[in-house]
Design a binder for this molecule. Structure first.
Ligand code: FES
Ligand SMILES: [Fe+2]
Length: 327
């Protein structure tokens, strides 16, 4: 263990403007069915989410380029997003293609269109012109092979990267969550857009298990492994809000054995419920602390070395704000 303490190292020159370039969850897939147009606060602004006629999801900046009406009050008409105010129409690329008066759409009458995708029953947008990495997933299993449920993880007053910092705060796993890590994982392996480690955990009620933890960007982490003899998969992901806080989602799953009997089906569901209850118990243990703390990179000690490393990773993480000129 290194001798020296880790000092707070918030060097503002390390932080460039904009928001972390992550895949962010926006809403449940089911919210945009049947022609719905949904608005969600996102990063420093707001987006509108809908399906084009092919069913493909579209995520665009929410404010009309005419006078700034919120397009989530609009409608899909002729396969295009129509502003509620003077009925300008925008196509799936974000271009204004029709003004009902017959005026020519002005040059620059465009919305920013985020790279978007659907997975895990969620609609996701990447904060950038092009995704820098793949959507969060599990290397052990595909979405089709999994029986899972996606739920709201609630709102939090801190940014996603700080929620994800919990995963490398090994001290608090013991002190707050009573999770024993027999050997603190020194093998936290970083890549350009993520990190991961394997650890033997002992959790009350679940006994011993070896789990794989992976962080995608700075807003999503997954945990996978075998618990009580069954494969378990969990994901926590959050998007940043204009307030600087987060809105979170959680996914709990297991391998889908394609049950033929009601009992087997019930087993799968019970397993998912147990997994989800564990995730929510951990979140509820964190909640009173996270919602009241005044976060600072304070006086870190040697045992915080993994946390310090993550803070540095987060500070240097790629940032962008491609939607800013469109808001
Ligand atoms: S504000 Fe949207 S068409 Fe006028
Ligand atoms: Fe925690």
């Amino acid at each position: 263990m290194p001798e020296r303490a880790y000092r707070a190292a918030s060097d503002p020159s390390e932080i460039s403007p904009g928001y972390h370039q992550n895949w962010y969850p926006l809403c449940f897939s089911s919210e945009i069915n049947n022609g719905a147009v949904v608005g969600k606060d996102f990063l420093g602004g707001r987006v509108v989410i809908y399906r084009e006629e092919t069913g493909k999801v579209v995520v665009q900046t929410a404010y009309c380029r005419h006078l700034g009406a919120d397009l989530s009050l609009g409608k899909l008409v002729e396969g295009r997003l129509r502003c509620p105010f003077h009925h300008w129409q925008y196509d799936a690329e974000g271009k204004c293609v029709k003004i009902p008066t017959g005026d020519r759409p002005p040059v620059g009458a465009r919305l920013f269109t985020y790279p978007s995708a659907e997975k895990w029953d969620l609609v996701w947008a990447f904060n950038g012109e092009e995704p820098l990495f793949e959507l969060p997933s599990f290397p052990e299993i595909t979405e089709e092979e999994m029986y899972y449920q996606t739920r709201s993880g609630g709102s939090w007053p801190v940014a996603p990267w700080l929620l994800v910092a919990n995963t490398v705060d090994f001290q608090h796993l013991r002190t707050l969550h009573q999770i024993t890590t027999p050997e603190e994982p020194d093998q936290v392996v970083y890549s350009e857009y993520g990190l991961g480690y394997d650890v033997a955990f002992y959790a009350p009620g679940l006994g011993d298990s070896t789990l794989h933890l992976r962080v995608f960007g700075t807003n999503t982490f997954t945990i996978s492994g075998i618990q009580l003899g069954m494969e378990v998969y969990s994901m926590f992901t959050a998007r940043e809000l204009p307030s600087g806080g987060s809105e979170a989602f959680t996914i709990s799953g297991t391998r889908n054995t394609n049950p033929t009997t009601t009992e087997e089906q019930q087993m799968l569901q019970t397993l998912v419920e147990i997994n989800a209850a564990l995730v929510s118990q951990i979140m509820e243990e964190d909640r009173p602390i996270i919602t009241t703390m005044r976060f600072r990179e304070g006086l870190l000690v040697a045992s915080d070395r993994q946390l310090a490393r993550y803070f540095s990773y987060s500070r240097k993480f790629a940032r962008a704000d491609p939607a800013q000129p469109y808001l």
